[in-house]
Structure formats: structure tokens, C-alpha cells
Write a protein that binds this ligand. Sequence first.
Ligand code: URA
Length: 424
Amino acid sequence: MDAAHIIRAKRDGRALTDEEIRWFLSSYTADEVAEEQASALLMAIFFQGMDDRELDTWTGAMIASGDRLDLRAVSRPTVDKHSTGGVGDKISLPLCPLVAACGAAVPQLSGRGLGHTGGTLDKMESIAGWRAHLSPQEIVDQLDRIGAVICAAGAGLAPADRRLYALRDVTGTVESIPLIASSIMSKKLAEGTSALVLDVKVGSGAFMKDVGSARRLAETMVRLGTAEGVPTTAVMSRMDTPLGRACGNGLEVTESVEVLAGGGPADVVELTVALAREMLALVGLHDADPGAVLAAGDALPVWRALVAAQGGDPDAPLLVSTDVRAVRAQRSGVVTMLEALAIGLAAWRLGAGRARKEHPVSPTAGVVCLAKVGETVEEGQPVLELHVDDPDRLDAAMEALEGAITIGDEPPPPEPLVIDILRP
Ligand code: URA
């Protein structure tokens, strides 16, 4: 076997054999295949795709690259959620404690930011002292005690994905159905959850820009999960405009706590409750009413316990940026569009995301949408607020925001946030 031969085969559109796939991934994980060769294969897969058999083998090889977590000792039913990534997508933060407050255990093994989309761990790490890395025993104990864990997939879990994920982020190979499906499903299947709900984002701020490709991604992942005996539901949700108002690590934690306290933006609440319903249904907890639990603030004590159990102080104020600039409405009217991709890119350029995989992210940088789609603004009124510590980043962020705000005379027709739900 040699890497260049495998790269050429995929480049030329040949399906890889099971042996080739297993050899390539195990050699890459063992540092016997170079980063540039893995990058080249990713790009070839990006253009040529993989058939079902290749994808099953690729996903299986990614799982086999590491350990599988054993959650059978947890006394409650386990169910997790994973999003394909969006702008302002902080849903895991309120959702994990909410589903725990309703009786399930949520092993929310999460990742860092990818491209213009934020990562749950980057957000949680804006809480001083909070620890992303837990041992398998700590995960099981915390799930048993609190019902909720948000942590990094340990170094031993699907290590091939950890490396490929970071490599894809910097090589323009994120937006590929087989690469996204195998990345998500390898982690989720290795983590040992008994059921899974996927939030498949569709729209300008998502990796899947149209409903057709999002549906293909959703079907692919539901197929991979179900074939492994993990009942998997996919919720397709709109991502043309940021979720909620806050985009940026610490800013999103603050907004999530508002949601957990029974307030917060309506779209974040709606999606959190919709996903919670699907998660609870998959594990047979049909009597729980996640909408009522969230509105009553009854998930907040679970959040506080989760933060404290992982070394954070739930009462400590979060850091705030040293500089805040406004982007103002150029005319009076109704906001008809706030472009998710542009706002995600601006937040990223302000410091909320990373340009190289080894870069740190800012806990304070980001964008707050003071007005949302459908809201009325007066000329000169601030629509966006840019939070930044390093003012040199402002110009690039402003450039990303060119054309991001559209103001019209009439409110846009209402569009449902949840487009479709694919159940196993
Ligand atoms: N989330 C993941 O875990 N992997 C991807 O490829 C995209 C989103």
C-alpha cells in the first residue's frame, strides 16, 4: 500500500477498497502518512465523494482508530445531540442541562470551532477554570450524579477525526457530505451514547447551503447511526441568520444562561425545546415537558452543577471585551436579512475563531445582533455590536459585514426554523 497511489485512485474517481481505507487511516493516525498526503486525499474525497460501502468502512476505521467509551454503568438512558455547525449555535449549552433535568443523561462530547462556526468547547472555556478534559470515569460519574456532561472527546476517542477535523478546517475541505457524516458519526458512535439527535443546519451560514444536500447529509447520518444500533433522528433547521443574538464564545454563554433562566431569544428557545423533545422521545421519556421545564428555569440548577463539577464558578462574571463598536442602520425600516455567514466570519475575524489549528480563541470577541430579522429599526440605530480586544481586527470584520444587513419596508414572510425531522 502507498499513500500516493490511494490519493491518485480517489482523485481519478475510483472507489477505494476497504483495505486501502483502513490502511490509510491507521497509517495517518500512526504518523506514517504525512499531513500533506492526508490533505490531498481529503480534497480528492471532497470532489469525488464516497459510496455507502466506502463511507461505512471509513467511519468504522475512524471509530477503530481509538477507544469506545462504555456508558453502560450510567443509570439513566443516555442520549446526545450534535449539530453540523452554525452561527450563534449555542444550543448544546441550554439543551444538555434541559434534557438532564427531564430525566435522561447527556454525554455532550463536543468539539472546537470549525471555519466560521463556533465550537461548544471554545464557548465553555470562556468560563474561568472550566475544564474540558475529563477521564472516562469522571464522565460516567458525572452523568450518573448530574445527568449532564459537556466535555472534549478524549484523546483516545476517534483520534483520526480529531486530526482530520483540524486539517479540514485549514484546507477548505469541510463542506463535504461523507467527510462531515463520518466525522460526526465516528465521534458519536465511539462515545457510547444509546441514542442520538442530529441538528442538520441548512442555509447560508451552514456547511450545507440547500435543503437537498442537507437532507442527503441527514439521511446519511441516520443510516450510519441506525446501522450501528444507535437510534438516530435528524432535525433539519434553518441557518440563514444567526441563532439568537450573540455570536462569540463568552457572549453565547451569557445568552445561554438567559435561556436557562427562562428567558432568552425565542428562536434559541424554540430549537432547544424541539431538539429536547426528539431526544426524550428516543429514550422513551414521553411524559417530560421540556418547554415547561425550560420556561420555569428548572434546568438552570443542572447547568450550575455541570459548570461547578468541571471546575468553573457559575457565579463568576465572564470577561468582557475592551472595545465595543456599533454598526448602524443606514435607513429606517424592517430588518429583512442578517446574513449568518457574514456575521460568523466577522465574529471569527474579531477573534472568536481560529485561522490556524494551533491558535487560541478570544473568550470575549464576537458580534451581538441588537436587531433581528423582522424587527423595526430607525436610521442610525445600532443593528450590530462588535466586541473586540484588538482594534486592528475591526477593519477585516467590517469588510466581512459588507452587505450583511438588509433593511426593507415590509417584514419578510415568516419561515419555519425547523424544516423537517427524519426519524429512524
Ligand atoms: N461537526 C463535526 O463534528 N464534524 C464536521 O465535519 C462538521 C461539523
